[in-house]
Design a protein around this ligand. Structure first.
Ligand code: SF4
Ligand code: SF4
Length: 434
């Protein structure tokens, strides 16, 4: 069955650049992974508790720090020695912050978590193990996985998001194909924890090889089915996918309609943590766009972007580096940032200059906005710093998909302005509260 939903647009995905190339294993490349850099600030800007000090010896799986708002432990992805702390640019925060520096001894000695037979383990204990594994959403959001499964809401379905709708990205596709056994076992583990009736694995209808692979296995997993969705953007946005698959709308969280959505690689990581006691220590990263040698690479998490790009990314000319895909990511001011666990791509783009023209009033940004809001009106309200108008136009509903900027014939950077407007609202409101 192939399903679609309104408000999406087909984009040229350029996936052929990397989808069928062999993954380049850089985990033993001394130029790339000699050191890792672990930020000690959470993605929301809050400080973390640091649990190691200079000269400490660590293994893959040694807890380095933990978040203090939600309990989220952060583990080392290499074995070696703590060299100290370094202040450097953090792509997720868009500013400089402290990072632990770990020197890699390239032995990759592991400290495993507790591993269990999930069929013989209670759902409460499984949830506790997922919490201890520090797994966060690997599709980009980085939200702690156990929190989604800690609610009292009745869950009917787990929706596995393997859509990967951003142009250029193929990390989910490549990993799902290679690790499909873990994917299916991870689905079963999370089905047990949530007591959901079914798991639905969704991916694009042009992934016939993946469908064939999973179809063969699904005879052994009666609680899991696959669904193909149309190749439209942003079909991988949670709300769009839930609407497409279940024909249901929700306000804030999919659990309102009995659904939990997880990225496919997140589910694979859950299986590896429960069955093998492994933390997330390496990832397949798509290096694409205008990169010299577009490919998928396997690297330890927290590897420096610059080192990966020096291996397969850079052109002679001036470029922008995005930590993610071209629709949702911002250009970075530096390439000296680490790849955090929820970052699955580096997109290199040639710098292109174009003139911005006045708004033509064509309405394309409104027509193509999947959140159903009015990007140009929000931009005007933001230009006037009109807080009431910004709220009246429901600026906070923007999911920063980049579609309004992409379709605008006048090349107005609507998404950037809307991001700033959201921040402006947050800051204004927190000042009012203070
Ligand atoms: S970036 Fe925001 S406003 Fe623009 S199309 Fe996407 S959801 Fe709509
Ligand atoms: S798409 Fe661009 S030109 Fe058209 S209404 Fe929106 S902002 Fe104006």
């Amino acid at each position: 069955m192939i399903i679609s939903s309104k408000g999406k647009k087909h984009l040229d995905g350029h996936k052929e650049l990397t989808a069928h190339k062999e993954v380049l294993d850089l985990t033993n490349d001394k130029d790339v992974c000699e050191e890792i850099y672990v930020p000690v600030v959470a993605p929301n800007g809050k400080e973390m508790e640091v649990l190691v000090k200079e000269k400490d010896v660590v293994n893959v799986g040694t807890m380095l720090c933990k978040r203090l708002d939600f309990y989220v432990p952060v583990y080392s992805s290499v074995s070696g020695v703590v060299k100290g702390m370094k202040s450097m640019y953090n792509s997720a925060l868009g500013k400089v912050c402290d990072h632990l520096v770990i020197e890699n001894d390239f032995k990759y000695s592991e400290k495993l978590l507790k591993k269990v037979d999930y069929k013989e383990t209670s759902k409460e204990e499984l949830l506790e193990l997922v919490k201890e594994s520090g797994i966060v959403g690997l599709g980009g959001a980085g939200f702690p996985t156990y929190v989604k499964y800690s609610s009292d809401a009745k869950i009917n379905s787990i929706l596995v998001n393997g859509v990967e709708c951003e142009p250029y990205l193929t990390t989910d596709y490549v990993t799902m194909k290679k690790e499909y056994s873990y994917l299916l076992e991870g689905c079963e583990i999370l089905r047990k924890i949530s007591e959901a009736n079914e798991v639905v694995i969704a991916f694009k209808n042009n992934k016939k090889d993946l469908k064939e692979l999973l179809d063969k296995e699904l005879v052994n997993y009666p609680g899991i089915r696959v669904v193909e969705v149309k190749d439209k953007y942003p079909m991988g946005w949670e709300k769009a996918l839930v609407k497409a698959v279940f024909k249901k709308n929700y306000d804030k969280l999919p659990s309102e309609v009995g659904v939990i959505v997880n990225n496919a690689q997140t589910i694979i990581s859950v299986a590896k943590a429960i069955i093998d006691g492994e933390v997330i220590s390496k990832r397949v990263i798509t290096v694409s766009g205008d990169a010299v040698n577009p490919c998928n690479v396997l690297v330890p998490t927290f590897t420096l972007a610059k080192n990966i790009l020096n291996k397969c990314g850079y052109l002679e000319e001036e470029v922008c580096v995005l930590a993610g895909g071209p629709m949702t990511s911002k250009a970075n001011v530096s390439d000296e940032f680490c790849l955090q666990v929820n970052m699955g791509a580096l997109t290199v783009m040639k710098k292109r200059k174009y003139d911005t023209l006045p708004c033509l009033g064509c309405g394309k940004c409104v027509e193509n906005c999947p959140a159903g809001i009015q990007p140009i009106q929000i931009k005007k309200a933001f230009d006037n710093k009109d807080l009431k108008e910004l709220e009246a136009f429901e600026c906070s509903k923007c999911v920063e998909c980049g579609m309004c900027s992409f379709v605008c014939p006048s090349k107005i950077e609507l998404t950037d302005d809307i991001r700033r407007a959201k921040l402006y609202i947050r800051l204004s409101r927190s000042k009012e509260v203070k």
